[in-house]
Write a protein that binds this ligand. Structure first.
Ligand SMILES: Nc1nc2c(c(=O)[nH]1)N[C@H]1C(S)=C(S)[C@@H](COP(=O)(O)OP(=O)(O)OC[C@H]3O[C@@H](n4cnc5c(=O)[nH]c(N)nc54)[C@H](O)[C@@H]3O)O[C@H]1N2
Ligand SMILES: Nc1nc2c(c(=O)[nH]1)N[C@H]1C(S)=C(S)[C@@H](COP(=O)(O)OP(=O)(O)OC[C@H]3O[C@@H](n4cnc5c(=O)[nH]c(N)nc54)[C@H](O)[C@@H]3O)O[C@H]1N2
Ligand SMILES: [Mo]
Length: 892
């Protein structure tokens, strides 16, 4: 469509507004109620233009073919300025201080500060730890309300009052701190006047004077691009980057606000060494010499396999690369693993077996285009909020949604069909769905003939999974199964998104394989007829830690340790012979420690005593191992039990890259220096190598990534310099001159035969089931305000939003056991016992309980078992048989 703006012709897409026309012509008009991400409302009148002789608000008026728009006319300029001046006149004088959007606009329009002559008196709301409201500055533009509805999808805000008294308020009526707000910060970011701000940055602040660093969030695997504003060596604010390739200007409570831990007085600032009196501060030289000497002794006496390392999915790629290189080259063992073991190792195994590569099959931007989403065992509204918000918006705009989750939380409330399987019965559920797809002919025969293998075996297995039998195993009504299968089966472009509810099971890898079957049967992977199978990876860099080879059986880029070709390539780059047998997985490391075979355990950025299952046994292992090194930000439960504690820098203090959940490499840049003597994990590994008389090469993180590309050709096209230019680059990417492959398998699968592999797997029961002694099933997982061990989020304002771990109990179970809401209950499993306050809610099904593990003091993992995925050893965190008892003193 072509329009002219002040005589200049511009071409616009259908549906474009006059505002885009103005901007396309290189001109601008003021806006106050407008944000490109939101539905325009045209309420502030600051963007008036003339269209074919009439006045129109540019932001809401659609452009039409042949329209003549006038912008730069004196009377128009006057009208626009007047509109802003009228709004400003009602505000108190301090509204124009600082360099916020309104203040800048007034400067541009030459509106004097004296124009703000309104009164104060509507008051403030300071009840929320992260969002502050100054009602006197509210101009009722509604941007915050639309942000909360149209981007975040929480619908927590509304406009109240009439006429000039209209202002924003939480929809629940009470104070902000008690509202539905989940502190994504979107309202603060869009507010043009400073009515909504964050603590410490009141209206009047000059943000332009702060140092601004672009980096990638170090909490979850979404990989939000963030701008970190630093003043006086402290983080003053974190802003989601509007041009962030994944988050597009959105963020969540953790990335945006939970940075208080950085300056916590509990931050580790010097190395600690265990002496008779306990852990005592020592110099770096002493700590490193001690470790190097003990390492040398252990290897001399018991061989290199008496040493093991747990690398950190919180750390950068370059740090993980260096840690695994240290273990393989300096120590001479493959005993290195990372928390992918506890999380998505079944995804790595299952997706590799089905399709050939260890990652999700499709970029999230495509997944978002699906007409039907199957979300399984994932709660992205709480665990990947920016992705959850984007999925929710699609659903609110008509995308069909099937959720499979025993609990009724998050997206489940918006599902067309919500399947609530008994925990641990996924394989039966997925086989049941596959059975219906086959039985009702909702399969892609052409795809199955040419691009897949394993159909006869699968068909035979599926015979046993009739809807009635599956209903009996899973507890999901047969009619719901059929409805779900038809939605997925008849969609034109379905996508599967899944989480730990699939993987953290005794048969987690079978879960991934049988889930992948659905996409293969439909030909919805590696084609344009769907968007595959996509795990919502957990930690900021869990994909990367594994990509870099911090795994006992795999080298950087997933070459097998036992494959002479892959090993040979690494040997050539590293100039040394490498060990040929697989190393120990995390649970095997603990077992080796308990049996006296492990002499040194080096734990980088993982609080195993809190987060690994069957915690009492983990603690036995730590106690039994002669030298435990904990490289940490805090004296975690693990660090407290270590022999040497090395103070590390966190993501806001380091340089490198992370790989997010859809395989994108992105840059991490230091916004400030680590406190005291704390060092980056990169520097610590180098220093340790030096103390051992070794040189790891890779002087800088950029050099480390470059070297990794030589060991692993799939990363060879990615470099810091390229990421600085392009922002995000997905792997595989072997050529610096070509884009990475975001969509996989368009021509062939990466398996040896180039085909997608269907898996004929029977349903096998979980490790634990309810019985007379332990009649309830405990599910564990996440809550929105905290992160894993909570070591970081508990040391931020997030603790005000969610102060305790609590046990969700169904009302019927609560009534039967005389459990009162809020009262402490004793939870016992076969492995341990803890006390938690009860929260009575129908989010859980009868017979099931739920709690998170964010407060080490509540010791939730004392309850979980050492049952694990039979293929990958991923713990069965999602199914623990327990019983409940009301504490005598709580009975009264
Ligand atoms: N706020 C917050 N965000 C986080 C984290 C955090 O601690 N806090 N941690 C990060 C990490 S490391 C990870 S791995 C991700 C995890 O992200 P998710 O995988 O979304 O997290 P979970 O809450 O552990 O589990 C997801 C869901 O699985 C369901 N589930 C349990 N058992 C079954 C089952 O048998 N079948 C099915 N279909 N569903 C089941 C649970 O009810 C739960 O709602 O989150 C990341 N993001
Ligand atoms: N019951 C139950 N338990 C679970 C789960 C569950 O669903 N249920 N989920 C499991 C899953 S999926 C995961 S991923 C694990 C996560 O378990 P952990 O990895 O133990 O959890 P985090 O809290 O992420 O801990 C990382 C630690 O690293 C420190 N740290 C942060 N950044 C850095 C850094 O850059 N360098 C160094 N050296 N240290 C750093 C933090 O202070 C923190 O103590 O928990 C598992 N545990
Ligand atoms: Mo995880």
């Amino acid at each position: 469509m072509r329009v002219t703006v002040d005589g200049v012709p511009v071409d616009l897409p259908e549906g474009a507004t006059l505002l885009s026309a103005v901007r396309a012509a290189g001109l601008d008009v003021p806006t106050l109620c407008h944000d490109d991400r939101l539905t325009p409302v045209g309420s502030c009148r600051a963007c008036l233009v003339r269209v074919d002789g009439r006045l129109a608000a540019a932001c809401v008026t659609p452009a039409a073919e042949g329209t003549h728009v006038r912008v730069e006319q004196d009377d128009l300029r006057e009208l626009r300025r007047d509109a802003v001046e009228v709004i400003v006149s009602a505000l108190p004088p301090y509204a124009l201080e600082g360099d916020g959007e309104l203040a800048r606009l007034c400067q541009e329009l030459a509106i004097e500060p004296e124009a703000a002559e309104g009164g104060a008196g509507r008051g403030r709301d300071d009840s929320h730890p992260f969002v502050r409201l100054d009602r006197d500055l509210c101009i009722a533009c509604g941007r915050c309300v639309r942000m909360c509805a149209e981007v975040q999808g929480t619908f927590a805000l509304t406009l109240v009052g009439r006429g000039s008294e209209t202002m924003v308020a939480p929809g629940t009526g009470g104070p902000w701190g008690e509202s539905d707000c989940v502190a994504c910060g979107g309202c603060v970011d869009t507010c043009p006047t400073g009515a909504l701000t964050e603590p410490g940055l009141p209206v009047g602040t000059h943000l332009a004077t702060f140092t601004r660093t672009r980096t990638t969030c170090g909490y979850c695997g979404v990989g939000c691009a963030l701008d970190v504003l630093v003043r006086d060596d402290e983080v003053a604010a974190v802003r989601p980057a509007k041009d962030g390739q994944v988050n597009r200007g959105h963020a969540c409570v953790k990335g945006r606000f939970a940075h208080g831990y950085l300056r916590s007085p509990e931050r580790l600032t010097q190395p600690l060494l265990r002496r008779r009196s306990g852990l005592e501060p020592v110099s770096w030289a002493e700590a490193l010499d001690h470790v190097a000497r003990r390492l040398r002794d252990a290897v001399a006496e018991a061989g290199p396999d008496a040493v093991a390392a747990i690398s950190s999915a919180r750390a950068t790629n370059e740090e993980n690369y260096l840690i695994q290189k240290f273990m393989r080259v300096v120590v001479g063992t493959n005993n290195v693993d990372n928390c992918s073991r506890l999380c998505h190792s079944p995804s790595a195994a299952g997706l590799t077996a089905a399709f050939g590569l260890s990652g999700g099959t499709d970029p999230f931007d495509d997944v978002e285009r699906a007409d039907c989403l199957l979300v399984v065992g994932a709660n992205p509204i709480e665990a990947h909020p920016v992705i959850g918000a984007r999925l929710l918006q699609r659903v609110l705009h008509g995308t069909r949604l099937i959720v499979a989750d025993p609990r009724s939380v998050g997206l489940a409330e918006h599902a067309d069909v919500h399947l609530r399987p008994r925990p641990g019965t996924n394989v039966a559920l997925f086989n049941g769905l596959a059975h219906i797809l086959s039985a009702e002919g909702m399969v892609d025969d052409e795809f199955l003939r040419h691009r897949a293998t394993g159909l006869p075996e699968l068909t035979a297995t599926l015979e046993d999974y009739t809807p009635d039998r599956v209903a009996a195993i899973t507890g999901v009504p047969a009619t719901d199964l059929v409805a779900a299968a038809r939605l997925y089966g008849r969609a034109e472009r379905p996508a599967i998104v899944y989480g730990l509810g699939v993987t953290e099971h005794r048969h987690g890898t079978d879960g991934v394989r049988t889930l992948a079957n659905l996409a293969i049967l439909r030909g919805a992977v590696g084609t344009d007829r769907g968007y595959g199978v996509n795990p919502l990876r957990g930690q900021n860099n869990v994909q990367g830690a594994s990509d870099m080879g911090a795994l006992p059986d795999l080298l950087p880029g997933y070459g097998k340790v036992r494959d002479p070709v892959a090993r040979g390539r690494a040997e050539q780059v590293w100039g040394t012979r490498l060990p040929e047998h697989d190393g120990l997985r995390i649970p095997q490391m603990f077992a080796a420690a308990r049996s006296g075979h492990l002499r040194v355990l080096w734990i980088v950025g993982e609080d195993v005593a809190t987060t690994d299952p069957d915690a009492n046994r983990v603690i036995e292992a730590l106690d039994a191992c002669p030298l435990v090194i904990s490289q940490e930000l805090f004296l975690s439960e693990t660090a407290r039990r270590a022999d040497v504690v090395l103070p590390a820098a966190s993501w806001l203090e380091k340089d490198g890259t992370f790989v997010n959940f859809d395989r994108r490499f992105q840059r991490v840049r230091p916004a400030l220096a680590p406190p005291g003597q704390a060092r980056t994990d990169f520097a610590i590994v180098h220093a340790l190598a030096e103390a051992c008389g070794a040189d790891l090469g890779c002087a800088t993180p950029a050099a480390a990534l470059a070297e990794c590309g030589r060991v692993a050709p799939v990363f060879a096209g990615i470099s810091h310099e390229r990421l600085d230019r392009e922002g995000a680059v997905p792997w595989p990417c072997s050529d610096p001159g070509r884009p990475g492959q975001a969509r996989l398998y368009q021509d062939r699968f990466a398996t040896a035969d180039g085909l997608a592999h269907l898996a004929a797997r029977p349903y096998l029961p979980p490790g634990e089931s309810a019985d007379d002694d332990y009649p309830l099933i405990l599910i564990t997982g996440r809550r929105w305000a905290h992160y894993n061990s909570g070591n970081m989020t508990r040391r931020s304002g997030a603790v005000e939003l969610d102060p305790v771990d609590r046990l969700d109990v169904h009302p019927a179970d609560a009534a039967r056991l005389a459990v009162r809401d809020g009262a402490p209950v004793v939870v016992e499993s076969r492995h341990g016992q803890v006390v938690l306050p009860a929260c009575i809610t129908e989010e859980v099904s009868q017979g099931q309980l739920f709690c998170a593990f964010h407060f080490p003091a509540s010791r939730v993992n004392a309850l979980t078992s050492s049952h694990a995925d039979t293929v990958t050893s991923c713990p069965e965190y999602k199914v623990t048989a327990v019983r409940l008892r009301v504490r005598p003193e709580a009975q009264e």
